[in-house]
Each structure stands twice: as C-alpha cells, then as structure tokens.
Design a protein around this ligand. Structure first.
Ligand SMILES: [Zn+2]
Length: 597
C-alpha cells in the first residue's frame, strides 16, 4: 500500500492541468481550464480542470478525478503504473510497501480493498504470462503483439488449483471469494480461473473490476467471466472502453462486438474503437452509455441464426433510445466469421468497409418485419401493420419515427390518411414501453444544511476542523458523507497538514460516498467564496444548528412544564437554556451572517 503522505506529496507536485493537457486541448477560462470532454462526445466544452484544486470535472457526464485518476480512466493505466508514471515525471521514488502494523492489518481484514485485490491478481496473471511459453505462443498464434497484450494488460492464469496463493499469503481471506477470484466449495478453496488467457475488465475509472478468461485450446466453457461482485455488474460494463476511448472519439464511431478476443484482435489491426459486452445481452445502460461517446453506434453480430437473434434483442433495446442525429447500425459478418477471424483474414480495409455498409436500424427492422409477413396478401399486409405498430410505439417521437411510419405505410399499401390513423400517434404512446433510458445521475444537488457544509469542506478541506459532526442529522446521505470526510481530514491533518482535494478524491473514490463528494467538489469549482468567507458561512450555519438543537431540547422541557412535571433543578436548567439560546441568537445576528446562500 502506498502511504497517504506520499500520495498527497505526489498530487501536490504534479499539475493535473499538464497531465490532462497531454491529451486534451485546454483553454484558460476564469480560474479553471476548459476543454472538450474526453469521456463523452460533445461539441461545446463542459470539461473543467482546476489548477488550484487539482482535479477535473465534466459538467456533462460527471467524469471526475485527480491526476492519477485521469491516467487510469483516460490513459488506461493501472493504479500502480499511473502513480509510478506521475512520480517519475516529478522525480519522486514510489516507496516500497512498508510492513503493516497489527492495527492496520486488522483494519485491512475488516475492510478489504477489493480493487487492490483485483489489481494484485491482474499483476500476478501478467507476470505468469511472461513465464508461460505456451500462453505466449497462443497469443502470437492469434496475431497479437506484445504491445497490444500490454495495452490490454492480458495475462495468464496458470494451470494450478491454488495459483493465487503465490501472491495472496492468506488464501482464506474473504475478499478472494468476494471478488470472485476464488471459489469456496464447502470450505475447499480453489482458483476460479485456471489455464486461461486472462483479460482484465476495467471500469470507466480504469480500475480492475473483473476478468474474462479464455481457454487456450479445447475445453469448456470457452469463455469464463468473473461472477457479479460488489465491483462488477455485467449489464453496465463493457470490455475495452478505457483503451477504446481515444479511437472512438477519433473515428466518431463505437463498435460493439461479442468477445474480448474480437476487441483485442481489432485493436491489433488498428480498429481501436471496438468494445464488447460481457457475456450478457445488450442492455439499455450499454446503449445509452455508448451513444454518449460517439456519433454512430454499430453492433456487430455473427451472421448465423444466434447472431440475428442477439441483434434483434439489441434492436429492441435500442428503439426507445434511438436519437435522430446518431445512427445505430447492425453489422452481420458472413456465416462462421467473427470480427477476430474476419479482420485477420481480410484486413482492416475490408472490415471497415463492411462497417460502413452495415444495415441501419430502420433497414434491419423493416427487413425483419417483411420476412415475417407475406406482403402479397391482404392478411400479410395487415400483419405487417400490427407488428410494426408495437415497435413504432417504442420509438420516441422523432424524425426517424416519421420516416419509418411512412415507409411501413407504403409497404402495406396504405394511404397517407390510413397510415396516420393506423400507425400515427394514438395519443397514448407518450411513454415508450421499454425500460426508461438510463442516464447518469446528474441530479439537482440537495439543499440541506449539511450539503451546504459539505460543499464548503469540499472547497476548503481545512474547514473540516470547524465542524462538530455530532450535531448533524445522521439520516441524510450528505451528512454521512460529511462525517466521513471531516473524520478523515481531522485525523489525517496530524500527519499530512492540510489535506488536498485531490487526496480526498483518492481517499473516497471507491466508497459509497464518492458520488456526493464529487458533486460537492464540482459545486466548489463554481463557488465564488474565499476561504474566510466560507469559514464564516460554516460558523454561521453551525451556530444555527446549535440553536435548533437547543430549541428541540427546550420543547421537551416545555411539554413537561405544562404538565407540572419539572423539578426545581430542571426549572433552573430550563431558564438557563432560554438565556443561552437568546445569547446564541444575538451573537449570530451580530455576526451579520454571510451574504452567500
Ligand atoms: Zn464528459
């Protein structure tokens, strides 16, 4: 584990503006730098990088992180590699991991960092690949260079029931089962992945969340994925996104294929914009996520019956999400081919020309519907209308919908008026029947007092020292986040002095509070207060909270007073509290209160 003091030092010395600026064109705009977000497709910049706060934030898609996070999410580096890269750029040496104290070891036992476990496993598999001539030969046989294998961090799980024991001395640790690396069967433990080529699956932040393992020769199953774990939710993730991000932006296109080998082989042939779903059908989350990244979304399927069936499911998922300005296409390769075999046989040019000629969503839909109806008969044409109607109803009102409606009317031999009557908006089709399009949660920030405090602490972490977290309403998410941040900053202050915002990201990015803390930091980007103004504001709020709490207490006294239940002592106490509240209120008023809201 890399100590916090080193991370803080590192994050203070590197400049996130330089790091991001290596990849993204940034322009100074006020206190921050702005540019086109590298994490989603956009025409006007909503991506900010703050030199003062040392983090980036996208107001469009919510991407958020510090310099280390940027290299992971955009550069596709592992955590350790990103830290090393930054350290060497400022002439720092990453400290060797120090032995843990018993207390630290106990804490580790309670809250295993599952991401660290996954990263360690990935490094193990990568090292094993170097030791296995058979695995290397296999990859070479598939035309992969060492460079591409390194870019995708491909590894090899040895043919050993407990291979991971080599790097996890406590093979009984529950984190190994929780991450799906190890299977526990009635107390007997063994590695899930054995004698397989290992493809690490990364989340958008570049952290390892799962693995896909492929057999080298015969053997079943051919592909084995990590199970769903606290880190890994299959319907949300795609394979290869981090590596594909730049090529996707460049090509304006994202290609969805079925296997990791397809992604890697295509990248080997310089078709870098491919990603793969992970052994699940295409989900609405996949579609809406990918549509944000590119101007065109192309699904690739095998040309056989199973491929067409999977394609049809992808079409049904896409209908409610299909935008007018971004075509969705379906590529069918000749029977028996997948992108991996096709590109190796025919090369990049031939593959890409097929991609460009891929059927559009409406072509695919119409062809499929036509194949199910005999248009030579009245019954067949009526059937077409009724089949089409259910699909048309799922498309949001759009130019695409109008086009398709007219086309189907024409095929069914309907007059314009009949088309409108039979297929047009029936007044009750406002909501598409499918699952609602998944959008990233960019909600309105909460308006609670605790949120206001959190946003000030996010802007100036030093203010954490002012805050007594005991007075916060523990029912709110922002209070819990505030409590965690304040506790961390107060405790770390002894060792680190002022804790930086970039370090707070480091500390909280893989916790349940990450999202709200990042929102608070984003809010801080636009906050116009100086630190002193924020401090005054925090004190004022804390004062009001204190008064509110005392008034609550007074109420219980009053209630008992009304029933004549107060003792003499309690009477005195009651009177003292009233004057205390008055004094507090006076002081608060004489402070004037901050102008900020
Ligand atoms: Zn963005």
């Amino acid at each position: 584990m890399i100590p916090d003091s080193f991370k803080q030092d590192l994050l203070n010395r590197v400049d996130v503006v330089d790091v991001v600026g290596r990849y993204v064109k940034l322009k100074k705009g006020g206190a921050n730098y702005v540019g086109l977000c590298p994490f989603h497709g956009e025409k006007t910049p909503s991506f900010s990088v703050s030199p003062a706060k040392q983090f980036y934030h996208c107001f469009g898609c919510g991407a958020h992180g510090n310099a280390i996070g940027f290299l992971m999410a955009y550069g596709g580096m592992g955590y350790v590699d990103a830290v090393k890269d930054l350290a060497s750029s400022v002439g720092m040496q990453v400290p060797e991991s120090r032995p843990r104290s018993p207390e630290e070891a106990a804490k580790k036992e309670r809250e295993p960092d599952l991401y660290a476990v996954m990263e360690k496993a990935m490094e193990f598999y990568r090292a094993e690949l170097k030791k296995s001539p058979r695995a290397i030969d296999y990859l070479k046989g598939r035309g992969l260079t060492g460079e591409i294998a390194a870019r995708f961090r491909v590894g090899y799980a040895p043919d050993d029931w407990q291979g991971l024991k080599a790097v996890f001395s406590d093979y009984q640790d529950k984190s190994l089962v929780e991450t799906g690396l190890v299977i526990d069967s009635d107390g007997k433990r063994y590695d899930r992945f054995r004698d397989r080529i290992m493809f690490p699956i990364l989340n958008a932040r570049g952290a390892v969340i799962g693995f896909g393992g492929r057999v080298l020769d015969k053997g079943e199953p051919k592909y084995l994925n990590s199970p769903e774990t606290p880190l890994f939710e299959k319907g949300r993730e795609v394979y290869g996104l981090v590596q594909a991000r730049d090529p996707i932006r460049h090509a304006g296109r994202v290609l969805v294929v079925e296997g990791y080998m397809d992604v890697v082989a295509l990248a080997q042939f310089d078709v870098g914009y491919a990603v793969a779903t992970l052994g699940t059908a295409t989900s609405p989350v996949h579609v809406s996520k990918l549509l944000k990244l590119a101007d065109e979304l192309v699904f690739s399927f095998d040309g056989d019956a199973a491929g067409r069936k999977a394609a049809w499911r992808a079409l049904e998922v896409s209908l409610p999400l299909a935008p007018d300005n971004k075509p969705i296409r379906f590529l069918f390769l000749p029977e028996g081919e997948d992108p991996d075999s096709y590109v190796r046989k025919n090369g990049k040019e031939a593959f890409e020309s097929r991609v460009r000629q891929a059927e559009t969503l409406s072509q695919f839909l119409l062809a499929q519907l036509r194949s199910e109806c005999d248009l030579a008969t009245a019954e067949g044409r009526a059937r077409l209308v009724s089949l089409a109607k259910t699909h048309l109803e799922r498309i949001p009102a759009s130019a695409l919908k109008v086009q398709l409606t007219n086309e189907i009317g024409r095929l069914a031999g309907l007059s314009e008026e009949d088309t409108r009557r039979l297929l047009g908006p029936s007044g009750q089709q406002a909501r598409p029947a499918g699952p609602a399009p998944a959008r990233p949660r960019l909600r309105q920030p909460p308006s609670s007092t605790e949120w206001k405090l959190l946003s000030r602490v996010a802007a100036y972490p030093g203010l954490a020292a002012e805050i007594d977290v005991a007075v916060m309403n523990p029912g709110l998410e922002e209070s819990r986040a505030l409590r965690e941040v304040c506790t961390y900053v107060q405790a770390a202050a002894d060792e680190l002095g002022e804790v930086s915002q970039a370090l707070i990201i480091e500390q909280f990015q893989n916790t349940p509070h990450a999202e709200i803390i990042f929102e608070a930091q984003a809010h801080a980007l636009e906050l116009k207060e100086t630190e002193d103004e924020s401090r005054e504001f925090v004190r004022h709020i804390l004062g009001s909270l204190q008064i509110a709490r005392k008034i609550e207490e007074l109420k219980t006294y009053e209630e008992r007073l009304g029933r004549g239940m107060l003792s003499k002592d309690e009477h005195r106490q009651y009177a003292r509290m009233i004057s205390e509240v008055k004094a507090l209120e006076m002081r608060l008023r004489s402070d004037g209160g901050p102008a900020a809201k």
